[in-house]
Write a new protein. Sequence first.
Length: 201
Amino acid sequence: MNEKFYALPQEKQDRILNAGFRVFSKNSYKKSPMLEIANEADISKSLLFFYFRNKKELYLFLMKKAEEITLEHLVKSGCYQESDIFEMMYKGLLAKAELMKRYPDMSNFALKAYYEDDEEVKDELQKIIAPYKSIKTNTAIPRLDPKEYKEGLDLELMYQDMYLASEGYIYQMQHQGEVDVDKVVSDYRRIIDFWKQLYKR
């Protein structure tokens, strides 16, 4: 599966990935020409077709790759092993910050692809997205000990509020132009510390 692409040095792989993420995030699937992606990656169009048979194959590969890369970084961050909800969220943000540095257009690509309705790719996209629709990944509350939090606090609502605020903050920063990742991390650390003071005993 894509052996020719994986045979490339990592730097060249990343150039092609970032070119695909960038072009597809700015245009619909139909209006994203392979020539533009090749130019962004600084390779010839024929070479791009050597690695990927057609635009559809590249597009679906990028969607699966975005999923794979994100999970890999989150696991590596240790956020899933963290028992403290605030530190779990902070470590998850650090993983996302690293992704923003290495693949600045990946999250915008994934969001745009989520709503792509082009008949050529729609069915295959839904197969990739389906597992995330069938489980409440972002709404399931982690196991929290009420004794650690202020009395009478709705822990589920607290978590939902923090989660949505986090996602909204990252979305806002990404749409202000080039992201200052170090500022994002610094700001988020302050937000996390504020939440700790606000909610914990």
